[in-house]
Design a protein around this ligand. Structure first.
Ligand code: HEC
Length: 157
């Protein structure tokens, strides 16, 4: 396939590239709010360009995933997704890194932001079983320390 040839060339150059988004990329603001329309458009893009590797549910278990040298990311991992900014996801999709192709010249900026909106939705809408995420974050909420009983203070350390 033509796409594969092109992607092969692009990714060969990409291999050596550092994939850690720059601070500027992390701060990039998503100009496409996650409206129903944007998410629907993102779903379309995802179905065409991403699902084969990243899977129907965004869990990284697409039909091609087993053939890849690196496992695709898991977009249903809510804590991991929260650590990423939209700008960072956009940047990674734009540049790619073997074996994920660069989408800079395959998708428009608008389409890449829409697909960011869509992949965010995998973690925002946990499917039935994964109610663990909110629970653990609840358990990890900072606990209030008991107040010091001595009136003259307990700050000896
Ligand atoms: C050929 C298979 C393939 C296709 C097609 C593909 N990806 Fe990937 N993707 C991967 C792999 C493999 C990784 C992990 C790369 C790495 O960590 O080096 C990845 C990583 C990512 C990451 C970073 C996730 C993380 O956990 O760091 C994002 C975001 C992403 N892909 C989005 C997309 C989007 C959006 C599309 C479609 C426009 C897409 N990918 C198409 C294979 C693919």
């Amino acid at each position: 396939m033509l796409v594969v040839l092109g992607a092969g060339l692009a990714t060969a150059i990409n291999t050596a590239k550092n994939w850690n988004a720059t601070a500027a990329a992390r701060r990039l603001k998503n100009p496409v709010p996650p409206t129903d329309d944007a998410i629907a458009a993102g779903r379309q893009v995802y179905g065409e360009h991403c699902r084969s590797c990243h899977g129907e549910k965004g869990d990284g278990r697409g039909q091609k995933a087993a053939e890849l040298s690196v496992a695709p990311g898991d977009f249903t991992d809510a804590p991991a997704m929260r650590r990423r900014t939209d700008g960072e996801l956009f940047w990674q999709i734009t540049r790619g890194r073997l074996p994920i192709p660069a989408f800079a010249d395959k998708l428009s900026d608008q389409e890449r932001w829409q697909v960011v909106d869509y992949i965010r939705a995998f973690a925002d809408k946990p499917s039935g079983t994964s109610s663990a995420a909110p629970l653990t974050s609840l358990l990890q909420a900072p606990r209030k320390l008991p107040s010091c009983p001595a009136p003259s203070g307990c700050h000896s350390f």
